[in-house]
Design a binder for this molecule. Structure first.
Ligand SMILES: *[C@@H]1O[C@H](CO)[C@@H](O)[C@H](O)[C@H]1NC(C)=O
Length: 507
């Protein structure tokens, strides 16, 4: 009796131990703390706490050429422009259609042209907030951009005479960011990432008379030193206005390097500095001329290498812009990985998307961009006593081209298999500290976790479930925002978007 209770206490001590082999090779083995003899000389050997009694689990991956596997914060997006001059709210029916397609993201591009010379009106702010609310109702997340001019340009934009009102002057622009800060804060849960935007036509940081200077006709545009300073002020203002747990994206690798240097971030080492919160959006993916100026002509190779590494820490996304010899499936499949794309526009460029569909790489691309978590193998014991603990080990592969960037927990749930389908999903009060952001693309992460079974659970067969819910309290229990592993029907509980790892009998 005495021995039993000592042993039980030791199990409690060990219950929250977790090791992640990919990142912590020096982690102590489970039970190592408890391995010294007790007063009575009883050695609760580590074997009792290890996975020795476990049976192997095997899993098979879902093919990447199958239907799009919808998962939050990654994948194809739909373009949604919000014209504040003539506000029309985001359509709930349209979002239902997007969900059916496997799309979970919308580019929320707020066209604030009427306010280029004045503060955003109360009504405009109300409408912006309303669209975020609708996104939440639709189970979507937004890639957010503000732009003062979305007018289409006929012919070569280089020959166009852009007016000074293509964007707002600095004082006005900074004031707009200040006005928007409470909306960012209020809606951070449904914000996937914020593109810096604001500057230039389409918010793409190029055709601008306030923040760029046109050289001789045909020789392109270049910011003056003063304009460089303005740009930095705007980036810093947005860094302040957007909650710290979200990233921003800048249009050009060179623009980030100018602010934070050309050294790559080390994955996972820093998640809070401005440097570690700034990704890149490439809105002319797969074109000539370094993706039409996305990469600088004289530094293209170096900037491409930099982006491939930087994308392991900060989010990259964008859209294609013209059909050409580089935009077909072969190069696209290669480049999504080289540039670590997390999201791409499914509406633009129409000809490129059409070709991806007819040449059968659309689904591949839609499944590979961003993270894609796949269970490879693992082990789990078949029975456990109430109040005792069991060990679960899992190898999880990220077969996508990028990591997950926004924080979210990994939860283990025991679910009574008899009441399956009902709402009685029972999480045990246990939160292992596995950070799914550390599952790097192309890598397999081994996790081993000892879970304690609550003593008051009734006996029976239980599903052992991994839940990857949203990191925001407001969305934690919302099914759409949970991550599904890229494994077959045995694993995926599609209704609840939970991942069934195996079964265990609780005695
Ligand atoms: C937006 O851009 C178009 C094309 O350059 C221009 O005609 C229009 O005046 C611009 N709008 C504002 C408010 O500057």
């Amino acid at each position: 009796m005495k021995i039993d209770s000592v042993f039980f206490a030791l199990l409690l001590l060990a219950c929250c131990h977790l090791s992640l082999s990919q990142r912590s090779p020096t982690t102590k083995k489970p039970g190592s703390k408890t391995a010294k003899p007790t007063k009575k000389g009883v050695i609760p050997g580590p074997s009792k706490l290890s996975c020795d009694q476990s049976k192997p689990l095997t899993f098979s991956p879902l093919g990447v050429d199958k239907d799009l596997l919808a998962n939050p914060e990654r994948g194809f997006y739909h373009h949604h422009e919000i014209k504040l001059a003539k506000y029309e709210k985001l359509s709930t029916d349209e979002m239902k259609q997007w969900t059916k397609e496997g799309v979970t993201l919308a580019l929320m591009i707020f066209n604030i042209e009427p306010f280029v010379k004045k503060p955003l009106s109360e009504n405009a702010l109300k409408n912006i907030a309303a669209d975020f609310k609708l996104l939440r109702t639709g189970g979507m997340k937004g890639i957010v951009r503000f732009s003062y001019n979305q007018t289409g340009i006929k012919g070569n934009p280089d020959k166009h005479n852009f007016p000074k009102t293509t964007d707002a002057e600095k004082t006005q622009l900074l004031n707009h960011i200040k006005q928007l800060a409470p909306i960012f804060k209020e809606n951070v849960d449904v914000i996937n990432v914020v593109q810096i935007g604001f500057i230039g036509h389409w918010g793409e940081w190029y055709y601008s008379r306030n923040y760029n200077t046109e050289l001789k006709k045909g020789e392109g545009w270049k910011p003056t030193a003063e304009q460089e300073g303005y740009r930095k002020e705007i980036v810093k203002a947005l860094m302040e206005a957007v909650p710290k747990n979200r990233m921003l994206q800048i249009r050009y690798p060179a623009a980030k390097q100018k602010m934070y240097g050309a050294d790559n971030l080390v994955p996972g080492a820093d998640r809070t500095s401005e440097h570690a919160r700034l990704g890149v959006h490439n809105d002319c993916f797969l074109t000539d001329g370094g993706d039409t100026g996305t990469f600088e002509p004289n530094k293209e190779a170096a900037q491409r290498n930099w982006l491939e590494k930087e994308g392991l820490s900060v989010m990259v996304g964008g859209e294609t812009c013209a059909k050409n010899k580089n935009s077909g499936c072969t190069e696209a499949k290669k480049q999504i990985e080289k540039q670590r794309f997390t999201y791409l526009n499914t509406d633009f460029n129409g000809d490129v998307i059409k070709e991806w569909k007819s040449s059968n790489c659309y689904k591949y691309i839609g499944n590979k961009i961003g993270y894609r978590f796949e269970l490879v193998k693992g082990s789990l014991q078949s029975t456990v006593k109430k109040g005792a603990s069991f060990c679960l080990s899992l190898d999880i592969k990220n077969s996508g081209v990028a990591p997950l960037y926004n924080e979210r927990p990994l939860e283990i749930i025991l679910r009574d298999s008899k009441t399956k389908g009902s709402k009685s999903v029972k999480p045990i009060p246990y939160q292992p500290k596995v950070d799914p952001r550390t599952f790097l693309p192309g890598k397999t992460t081994s996790m081993k976790v000892t879970v304690q079974v609550p003593a008051d659970l009734s006996s029976g067969l239980y599903d052992v479930i991994i839940n990857l819910p949203d990191g925001s309290p407001s969305l934690k229990d919302v099914v759409n925002y949970r991550i599904l592993f890229a494994n077959g029907e045995n694993v995926q509980d599609k209704t609840n978007r939970l991942n069934i790892i195996g079964q265990i009998t609780i005695q």
